[in-house]
Design a protein around this ligand. Sequence first.
Ligand SMILES: Cc1cc2nc3c(=O)[nH]c(=O)nc-3n(C[C@H](O)[C@H](O)[C@H](O)COP(=O)(O)O)c2cc1C
Length: 214
Amino acid sequence: MPGRELTPDELLTTTRTVRKRLDLDRPVPMELIRECLEIALQAPSGSNLQTWHWLVLTDPDQRAAIGELYRRAVENYLASAGAAGKLFADDPQRSKVQTRVGDSVAYLGDRMGQVPVLVIPCLTVDTLPEGNQAGLWGSLLPAVWSFMLAARARGLGTAWTTLHMQYEQEAQEILGLPANVRQAALIPTAFTIGTDFKPAPRQPLEDVLHLDRW
Ligand SMILES: Cc1cc2nc3c(=O)[nH]c(=O)nc-3n(C[C@H](O)[C@H](O)[C@H](O)COP(=O)(O)O)c2cc1C
């Protein structure tokens, strides 16, 4: 647990993407993961369909297999022009943060398979809609964020990751997923090393707020 109970605003503003401060050596009781998932299930879903499924990987071989896919995906990502560390190079302030993110992505890339618990939120859908998918993913992603917030409240750190989706089919086979089950993310979950996390610098609200029309 964090040193003291976080207020709702503290929880919402300090739930960071944790990579280097995931404790790879401390086991995570399954009961804690279940508590976080029970909370996640309280999230909204379109028509209350609750088409979500949650794969929780604790088996070392399964984690290693998914971790290896993730490592390969991170390698491709870091070599690409869109890698976090290469963005906003002409803005010294933003570039510093981006370089830090890039380093941290590389660190987790090498260790994903060693994180004690990997959570893969999924949803069932026969065919992905061609058009707007807001209703589809919007029926899962709030629950994933609830899981991450509940984890933080219990001293666990998480990171929203999606890079392994480059190898979605291979992951599908490792996990034994039926064809109508789609993955949304890969969330490494572990106790954090220390519990003090801070609000992050963000671009100003004024740049993105539109009143009444664009
Ligand atoms: C849709 C989405 C995909 C992401 N994919 C990855 C990923 O594959 N690997 C990773 O290390 N971080 C990933 N992130 C985390 C972002 O890099 C992170 O949220 C961002 O740098 C801001 O940091 P913060 O969450 O600590 O505020 C992803 C975040 C989102 C929302």
